[in-house]
Design a protein around this ligand. Structure first.
Ligand code: HEM
Length: 122
């Protein structure tokens, strides 16, 4: 009886540790597919500044660089609202909509589709 108790306790904890370790194993590749990896393209503020038109609109938000050219016509506010920020570091504008209110979680989740790299020196 005692042996049975010790064995089943051991098996239980082995399973718990196993699932915990497997969690690390499987989440690492997901993080990489989100574009968070070391060898992604880096763009400087000077390179970003060139893409400041409605038909060529890049922005930097929270250290990432985005190409919003395709999204601009779909943005719910008039395009001019976003256009002001093309070619610029726009974290504050995105976080406040320039009206002191944050975008919705849905808007934040759209960002990853347009990510092309990160802001930084080469
Ligand atoms: C960085 C410059 C941006 C500015 C100044 C800006 C501003 C605004 C404004 C004024 C609205 C109108 C609704 C309201 O007043 O609450 C709005 C709505 C919205 N924007 Fe932006 N926006 C910007 C960038 C973006 C980006 C990059 C995305 C997504 C890729 C986005 C997605 C949305 C969505 C989905 C809405 C609908 C309301 C919501 O979900 O929060 N916006 N934005």
């Amino acid at each position: 009886m005692r042996i049975l108790f010790i064995t089943s306790t051991l098996v239980f904890w082995l399973a718990v540790v196993g699932f915990w370790a497997a969690g690390f194993w499987f989440t690492a590749p997901i993080a990489e597919s989100n574009g968070v990896s070391a060898d992604q393209p880096r763009y400087t503020l000077a390179e970003l500044a060139v893409h400041n038109q409605a038909d060529d609109c890049w922005m930097a938000i929270n250290g990432s660089v985005y190409d919003f050219t395709q999204y601009l016509p779909q943005h719910p506010a008039p395009p001019a609202m976003m256009l002001d920020w093309c070619g610029k570091e726009a974290t504050r504008a995105f976080n406040t909509k320039t009206k002191g209110r944050p975008h919705s979680p849905y808007a934040a989740q759209l960002l990853s589709q347009y990510r092309i790299g990160m802001l930084g020196e080469k």
